[in-house]
Design a protein around this ligand. Sequence first.
Ligand SMILES: Cc1cc2nc3c(=O)[nH]c(=O)nc-3n(C[C@H](O)[C@H](O)[C@H](O)COP(=O)(O)O)c2cc1C
Length: 389
Amino acid sequence: MNLLIHDLNEEEWNRISEKYTGWEIISDDGTIKPCIGCFGCWVKTPGRCVIKDGYDNMGAAIHRADEITVISRYTYGGFSPFVKNVFDRSIGWVLPFFEIYQGEMHHKRRYPEDKPITFIFRGQMNDSDKAKARSYVEAVCRNFHGIIKDIIFEECETPGCKLSHNKISVKSNPEKIILLNCSLRGNNSNSKKFLDRIAPNIKANSESVNLSSYINRYDELSEILGSAGSIVLGIPLYVDGIPSECLRMMERLEHCDTEGAKHIYVVSNMGFYECTQLRNLMSMVKSWCNHCGYIYGGGVAIGGGEMMGSVLSSTDKGPAKIVAEGLNNLADAINESKEIADIYAGPLHFPRALYMLAASSGWPIAAKKNGLKKKDLYRKEESAVSSKS
Ligand SMILES: Cc1cc2nc3c(=O)[nH]c(=O)nc-3n(C[C@H](O)[C@H](O)[C@H](O)COP(=O)(O)O)c2cc1C
């Protein structure tokens, strides 16, 4: 059986559904929940997401498929929020343990096979947009043990799945700076730790906001964000891009007219070691700024984020040195409302092999707290069929 993941609306789907007769279909019925970054799919119910909304068994759905087709509205160089949500909920497809794959740190396979995937992007895309989408799905396939079968670009003016929002008009205050933690782990996130490290160095009024407090209340959040002269986004890397809920918020802000210039800065972080794997995410934030007419002010892209978050909470020295310097430079730029080049920062004098060893040893410990043994983490789900099919 083949698997189709799509974000088409009913009318669009009816036009092509015949072609996919006999396929397992994952589509948007409005009930999908965002990944909350708990890693339960690795250490509680290995291979399967703990959120029971019918989209919880994507790892097995991917395994069952002979091949996969993904149809997505082109969004800032990547997938639409729904399709990204499905991918974010699919990390149970791989194991929590690590290996070096094509020169980079990645997860080991849970299932033995690589998956052929066809990607169909819809929307209005120029050559540069197409290059971004290509770079993004190449990264996803390296990460998810996929093989790109084809990448197709379908020009269409208004892919019907995009939600229409009320326009909001807000006057921005150049003196107001909002630090928006886009991790749904909220106060426990690494993103929050990095933003907290910047906050005391900011001279203007700054306010910390958690995206997790505004789920389904993005009109309200848009008014708050619209009123800021600068926004500093703290974004964790999810499946090589922006987490789905953060994308939803960003799309909502596209419909917020702000009077006055707005600077956007970003502090992104990731689990793997090489900070360069954040380049697609940084590019997506830039594309979003172009859509909204915001000024992209630059950012810090942090590799080894799970470790750097804790180290930086106690010291600016040792492995955290480059990250701390990067965050200081970013704070200077924010204070002067100026633009800087992105800073890519990772652990200093901390070898990748040691980082991988330390990171891998944490999973069995976390699993033990849930009554699981190390061998349980390798569990395979062979038979369960998604309730969405
Ligand atoms: C659904 C999901 C997908 C992830 N994908 C990646 C990835 O593609 N590359 C990576 O290096 N880390 C990935 N991570 C790890 C997070 O980026 C890392 O744990 C980060 O420190 C989380 O930041 P936060 O605490 O601010 O949420 C992923 C985590 C989750 C939950």
